[in-house]
Design a protein around this ligand. Sequence first.
Ligand code: PTJ
Length: 249
Amino acid sequence: MGDIAADPSHPRYASLLMRHRLEEAAKRGMLAGSAMIAHGRGEAFDYLLGERTTDSARTAAAQALACLVEATHPVLSVNGNVAALAGDEILRLASALGCPVEINIFYRTPERMEALLGFMNERKAALGLDVVVLGDAPNATIPGLKGPRAACHQEGILDSDVILVPLEDGDRCQALVAMGKTVIVIDLNPLSRSAQGATITIVDELSRALNTMLEMVEGGANASDPAYNNNAVLEAGLQAMLQGLNQSA
Ligand code: PTJ
């Protein structure tokens, strides 16, 4: 994608870089019309969080990674925002786990699917990674969801036992949980329906969360914790934001 004008020493460089990636992705036709609104909401929560990875987010990331490593059929689901903001990190994580990536979008159109498949396959080739990118020929549907957004691959999302669905919408998260899957969400908003309904919620910015998982996978993942408590993680995420607010008051 094109260059960003800001210097890496700029205090808001990371944020400007993410916005730039979204602008470039929009030009390529990869994004939903509401992608920028979703991103803006995420940015607001990240501000409150102090744009940092909290201890509770790290705990959730470690549990997420452990479940993905222990899974029989792990899958990483990718939508427009995820491809734009952290397509490379997703491909690296899929490569480390030896699992497929499936492009699965809420606002599904053939044009967007083509743009996203083209982008992810381009990045895969640039990184020289051997990762299966699904989404081109859906042959199944997610039960409980109506319309094109339910379309998925049997050998991908349908048969998965553990699924990472970053920046997911509430209905789909609920439908995947109802199928008995371990559903891992990355969402800066601890109050969203997805965050509340997922099995594991990483309350962190997408690229930070994925980079945390990549660092952990390099060091060797720990076993999953049977006592992991997602409600405690959500509460800790919310408290971190409220503390930030109190400090700046
Ligand atoms: O590509 P599509 O068609 O699948 O559509 C993707 C979007 C994201 C537009 C769609 O899924 C959507 O509308 O999502 P929502 O319901 O707005 O939820 C997105 C959630 O992600 C919100 O709770 C945001 O706070 C959060 N979020 C946004 N950007 C980030 C984020 N969380 C972590 N990192 C981010 N960069």
